[in-house]
Design a protein around this ligand. Structure first.
Ligand code: AMP
Ligand code: MG
Length: 271
């Protein structure tokens, strides 16, 4: 499958049709093959990030959204490995603090938008304000309904000012989530990840899918596109995400800055 075919399949324009997407799609790859492809992609990502960091003329914002146990943390671990940590910022957004709640919902988000040269990953984001907030009824419908417009405008502003935006929904199945929750309950090294509230959210699965459908449909734009990535198989997921990121970094086309033209490099001796 060519890069273009893959990205066309993952990129959303309109209704994401979540209920009919295969969460375990492997795009014809065997596991070994996918792992080898991923390793190759990482080499490319490392080189592109070096240039982005040196160039300092644009930034990349990756918005990562998903249900619990869909693999947000493991995606970040896998895809960011090997990148220069000096140029990467991973920003989680949890339940807002009192101070954050006292402001508009974009206030805490904007403060963490990347500066030129950086790759920032939002682990959850302003989308929670049209997802959990909508599903749990934390604000009335007339309040959250207006937020899709705010979000589109906010992201367009960031894009117009030099931030490239990629939004990724890790699409995991209910069955796979159950399996991963059970693993979290069984394994002492994974229990710390489990919260009772996770089960409440799981019970509201269909409401979350409706909220995700609306959020994705209403905010996928040319400058801030949504991608829906099948997330049941981590090795296939990693290749998809690395390809999406490479595509966007190549579109930024970062370059090492020109050296100082006053310097005759061949004529200098370091003593
Ligand atoms: P996790 O990312 O699984 O560690 O958990 C973070 C929790 O914070 C999730 O249950 C989110 O639903 C919750 N959260 C994130 N943003 C908001 C928000 N704006 N309002 C309410 N809850 C939020
Ligand atoms: Mg969680």
């Amino acid at each position: 499958m060519t890069d273009k075919d893959l990205l066309d399949q993952l990129r959303i324009d309109g209704d994401p049709k979540l209920s009919s997407r295969d969460t375990a799609d492997t795009f014809g790859w065997e596991r070994d093959e996918a792992e080898a492809l991923f390793a190759e992609e990482l080499v490319e990502l490392v080189e592109l990030q070096k240039k982005l960091f040196a160039d300092k003329s644009a930034s990349l914002l990756i918005v990562l959204q998903a249900m619990d146990a869909a693999g947000k943390d493991s995606t970040i671990r896998a895809v960011m490995s090997g990148l220069n940590p000096a140029g990467v910022d991973v920003q989680p957004f949890g339940v807002p603090t009192d101070e954050e709640r006292g402001h508009d919902y974009l206030w805490r988000i904007h403060a963490h938008a990347p500066e030129d040269g950086y790759i920032t990953v939002f682990n959850r984001s302003h989308y929670e304000d049209v997802l959990v907030v909508r599903v749990k009824g934390f604000v009335p419908e007339k309040v959250w309904k207006k937020r899709y417009d705010h979000i589109r405008n906010f992201e367009q502003m960031l894009a117009d000012e030099g931030t490239h935006i990629v939004k990724i929904f890790l699409n995991v199945s209910e069955d796979k989530q159950k399996e991963r929750f059970e693993e979290r309950l069984e394994r002492p090294d994974k229990r710390w990840k489990f919260r009772l509230g996770d089960l409440d959210d799981r019970a509201l699965w269909d409401d979350y899918m409706d909220a995700y459908t609306d959020a994705i449909e209403k905010t996928s734009t040319d400058d801030a596109p949504w991608y829906v990535v099948p997330a049941d198989k981590k090795w296939a997921r990693n290749v998809c995400i690395a390809r999406i990121l490479r595509h966007h970094l190549e579109a930024i086309d970062p370059k090492y800055p020109d050296p100082d033209s006053e310097i005759d490099f061949d004529d200098i001796t370091v003593t």
